[in-house]
Ligand binder design. Structure first.
Ligand code: NAD
Ligand code: IPM
Ligand code: MN
Length: 347
């Protein structure tokens, strides 16, 4: 028996509602495979912060480093000042565990209603840099509250950090049928960071002659995602552009409730972390209506990452079968969707 030692962080809001559905589906997908899951729950999030004044203790961080992988729901709550949990918990994990690849696949499944494309026409993956850019916390405020207040937020782009994520993106593109890579940036304005990204892509492309490469400024990329999403295969981009584009990528493929994400440390020096692209959705939390599909698909990404490709494919197939039945537009609860996908695994 192989055991996956899984850290589970349900977090806040709908994170707590969708994670149990993903665990249910994981259990079903692995039954009889010789692989089992041992979970350790970390009750981090708004309540923990209210109680302790900390978003993530050093002890919990060290303990989390010892697991094989992490499944996270979502963090962030209106009762906590903005940024405390997002930076102190989620980004702290991504940075401490060196999740420099944030992998966000987008696929349009048959049955998902959208006027934008036919099923099969959207199938791309965003490789979002996860440890640098505007997310570093490099900045500050002086003269706060005065008319002379100055706020800076400086984007950090290192040759090392850009090169390793660009290399990952090329390898990903080379492994896919279309073998196409699009760099998305804004090098017409952000000439310093954009120049580094562009030169890095040029340099690495010499080692991947089979991969075709193009470029889009991020503003134009938001148009192409809606107007011509079929042009994309692998998109490589920085942390903030990738954040924005992947919410849009969710929206064009049926909704943010379907979009999965892996925060990956490709070398395996630290556990990788799998989560939906969406957040804690305070506007619908507590109602049992959040779509758990994104978190279920994130669990499949996790199995893939850990080398359990067969159960990963089975979860994808179950999700696809469930999507196919959505054309009737009937609304279902979180648990009903989780049950339906778990049941499809029995077939
Ligand atoms: P959000 O992703 O939580 O919600 C955006 C919209 O999408 C809302 O209308 C919400 O109802 C809807 N939505 C999200 N997930 C859904 C699902 N599974 N099913 C159906 N509808 C869904 O983004 P937000 O409202 O900007 O942020 C809310 C909080 O979550 C903030 O504190 C934010 O910082 C945090 N956040 C956390 C993560 C994360 O943990 N990875 C990601 C994004 C936002
Ligand atoms: C996401 C979220 C996070 C991000 C926030 C909550 C830090 O929006 O996972 O997409 O910006 O990366
Ligand atoms: Mn986001």
């Amino acid at each position: 028996m192989t055991t996956i030692d899984l850290a589970v962080i349900p977090g806040d809001g709908i994170g707590k509602e969708v994670v149990p559905e993903a665990l249910k589906v994981l259990g079903k997908a692995l039954s009889g495979t010789g692989v089992e899951i041992a979970t350790t729950h970390y009750d981090l999030g708004a309540e923990y912060w209210q109680r302790t004044g900390q978003a993530l203790s050093d002890e919990d961080l060290e303990a989390i480093k010892g697991h094989d992988a992490i499944l996270l729901g979502a963090v962030g709550d209106p009762s906590v000042p903005s940024g405390i949990l997002e930076r102190g918990l989620l980004l702290r994990l991504r940075f401490a565990l060196d999740h420099y690849v944030n992998l966000r696949p987008s696929k349009l499944y048959p049955g998902v209603p959208t006027p934008l494309a036919e099923p099969g026409q959207i199938d791309f993956v965003v490789v979002r840099e996860g440890t640098e850019g505007l997310y570093c916390g490099n900045g500050g405020v002086v003269r706060q509250g005065t008319p002379q207040e100055i706020a800076t937020e400086v984007s950090v782009n290192t040759a090392f950090g850009v090169e390793r994520v660009v290399r990952y993106a090329f390898a990903k593109a080379a492994s896919r049928p279309a073998k196409h890579l699009t760099l998305v940036h804004k090098h017409n304005v952000l000439v310093h960071a954009g120049g580094l990204w562009r030169r890095t892509v040029e340099a690495v492309s010499a080692q991947y002659p089979e991969v075709t490469v193009d470029y889009a400024h991020v503003d134009a990329a938001t148009i192409y995602l809606v107007a011509d999403p079929g042009r994309f295969d692998v998109i490589v981009t920085d942390n903030l552009f990738g954040d924005i584009l992947t919410d849009e990528a969710g929206a064009i493929t049926g909704g943010i409730g379907l979009a999965a994400s892996g925060n990956i440390n490709p070398e395996g020096a630290f556990p990788s972390m799998f989560e939906p692209v969406h957040g804690s959705a305070p506007d619908i939390a507590g109602q049992g209506i959040a779509d758990p599909t994104a978190t279920i698909s994130a669990a499949a990404l996790m199995l893939d990452h850990l080398g359990h490709t067969r159960p990963a494919r089975r979860i994808e197939a179950a999700v696809e079968a469930d999507m196919a039945g959505r054309a009737d537009g009937r609304s279902r609860s979180t648990a009903e969707i989780g049950d339906a996908i778990a049941q499809a695994l029995e077939a």
